[in-house]
Design a protein around this ligand. Structure first.
Ligand SMILES: Nc1ncnc2c1ncn2[C@@H]1O[C@H](COP(=O)(O)OP(=O)(O)OP(=O)(O)O)[C@@H](O)[C@H]1O
Ligand SMILES: [Mg+2]
Length: 495
């Protein structure tokens, strides 16, 4: 116990508003204890403000909470700050710090004679701990496993995505200042800063969740914070089959595509499941292969032992030191990769990836934002053009057709379900046009009474895909034939 009850002055002086006084740019990413200290100091300031404005809105604010709750919380919080040695608290691990806060808060409630039920007391304690030790009102959302995305549009509006559906929550921040402080707390952990002079920032939570912040003056109604929650237990192809995202036979074909070193582009809209699918495909890579992954924010979880993981780097506060995806992919080629996997292809790196696919790194993979396999081919073309390569369009198309073997299309449908809608082979060129053939497609057939889309995956009846020879080379031709036959039989039965 290190409480300093009886000592009226606290040793921790609040810093200026927001991050004033703490320069994450100058300091390395804070350790756990440094982090806790920054958090405490900011919130002391936040609550001082609230003390002056007792009717202002509070932190984790499900709508049922009223101003009284926040007044009580503010007064207990301020008493806590007086009673506890914050610099010592910052040295504790999260569990011990929580226990310490619990003891002191219970004493304060008894001393102040605040009337509260046990459950109200627990709720208040959670709130205070979240504000002092964590990410405030976001904590309960971060603790939930069923949430894919958290989208904060200013202090009053927080949306979440669960099971493909976006819904508004009752969570609110006290004000935009508290929200900005929390954004700052998140990005300072990766040594970055977000403020009016640099209002856009990508970061990562300690658990790997991907974070984007865009603050005023660019976002007009307060900071916008978007979090893609990191799933430790990534979905597998078998789970995708169970969810109906792909049929059993389709999954077997994807498995073979992953194993026999086809060059694959996974195409899909935002949040359609591209990264998840890429991760699934990598499971079937042989454990002896040397794989190099390039990502903006490491999301892939490869199971193989021989993997080198690379991540791009944004410029520092002086605008220097940026390492782009193109830099990484180019460098990969000097690292004797057997496969190169690019988390998300957005720009000119597509050219380097295609070159890699073309020059003995078969089985390379990447994802691209696009809504159909055709559009994906066009996107690649325009990314090459935007990269400043002045090649005739026919040559560009020839490079694409000669490099990419398969495009797998993922989609989030309007009922929120995620489906693999196409497994498409890139066949070659006819005149100036890249030709493709679908092996598997998903047809939407209607809608049930609950608004859920009904549909089915069907084989297009291609008996021998172009990667047949590859499958034979890797000893997978029987399994491929079985999967294609089963799909065809299913088709015949359906007809
Ligand atoms: N087939 C699926 N069924 C159910 N949930 C899925 C499926 N595929 C992905 N998800 C979930 O959807 C969320 C988004 O998936 P993922 O990150 O793979 O999408 P993405 O297309 O890569 O998104 P972004 O465009 O933002 O990179 C994750 O929480 C993931 O677990
Ligand atoms: Mg992704």
């Amino acid at each position: 116990m290190f409480g300093k009850r009886g000592s009226p002055k606290t040793t921790a002086q609040p810093t200026g508003a927001g991050l004033g006084g703490v320069s994450p740019a100058a300091a390395p990413a804070p350790t756990q204890s440094q982090h806790a200290e920054v958090v405490v100091q900011e919130d002391v300031q936040a609550f001082k403000t609230e003390e002056q404005l007792p009717s202002s809105r509070g932190g984790a604010a499900p709508s049922k909470r009223n101003d009284d709750y926040y007044e009580v919380k503010a007064s207990i919080f301020n008493a806590l700050v007086e009673a506890i040695d914050l610099s010592q608290l910052a040295r504790l691990g999260p569990d011990d710090a929580r226990e310490e806060i619990r003891d002191v808060v219970n004493d304060i409630i008894a001393l102040k004679n605040v009337m509260m039920s046990i459950s109200e007391q627990e709720e208040l304690l959670d709130d205070i701990c979240n504000d002092v030790l964590g990410y405030g009102p976001l904590e309960p959302l971060l603790a939930r496993d069923d949430i894919a995305d958290i989208m904060v549009n200013g202090a009053d509006t927080v949306y979440i995505e669960t099971s493909g559906k976006v819904e508004k929550t009752g969570i609110q921040f006290r004000d935009n200042k508290q929200l900005m402080n929390i954004c700052q707390r998140i990005v300072s952990q990766v040594g970055r800063r977000v403020d009016e002079s640099s209002p856009i920032c990508d970061a990562r939570l300690p658990d790997g969740s991907r974070v984007n912040v865009i603050g005023p003056p660019l976002s007009l109604d307060g900071p916008a914070l978007t979090i893609r929650k990191f799933k430790k237990d990534k979905l597998t192809l078998d789970q995708l089959v169970r969810f109906g995202s792909i049929s059993e036979e389709g999954a077997r074909i994807l498995e073979i595509i992953g194993r026999v070193r086809c060059n694959v582009i996974i195409s899909g809209g935002t949040g359609s499941g591209k990264t998840t699918l890429l991760n699934c495909l990598t499971r079937y890579i042989d454990s002896t292969e040397r794989i190099i992954t390039c990502e903006d924010s490491a999301e892939l979880q490869l199971q193989q032992p021989h993997v080198v993981r690379l991540e791009t780097r944004p410029p520092n506060l002086e605008g220097e030191g940026q390492i782009t995806m193109t830099d990484l992919v180019k460098n990969c080629l000097r690292m004797r990769p057997e496969r190169i996997i690019v988390g998300e292809v957005r720009g000119s790196e597509v050219f380097d990836l295609l070159q890699a696919m073309n020059t003995g790194h078969d089985g390379s993979m990447g994802t691209i934002h696009s809504n159909s396999p055709r559009e994906c081919l066009k996107r690649m073309e325009s990314m090459i053009a935007m990269g400043g390569f002045s090649l005739p369009s026919r040559t560009v198309r020839e490079i694409i057709a000669g490099s990419v073997d398969v495009i797998v299309q993922a989609a989030r449908l309007r009922d929120g379900s995620r489906r693999i809608t196409h497994i498409t082979e890139v066949v070659g060129m006819e005149g100036d046009v890249i030709t493709t053939q679908d092996i598997f497609v998903y047809d939407i057939q209607g809608e049930d009474a609950n608004g859920r889309l009904l549909g089915r995956h069907r084989s297009t009846g291609i008996g021998r895909p172009l990667f047949w020879e590859r499958a034979r080379y890797f000893g997978e031709e029987r399994r491929l034939a079985e999967a294609l036959d089963a799909a065809d039989q299913g088709e015949a039965m359906h007809a």
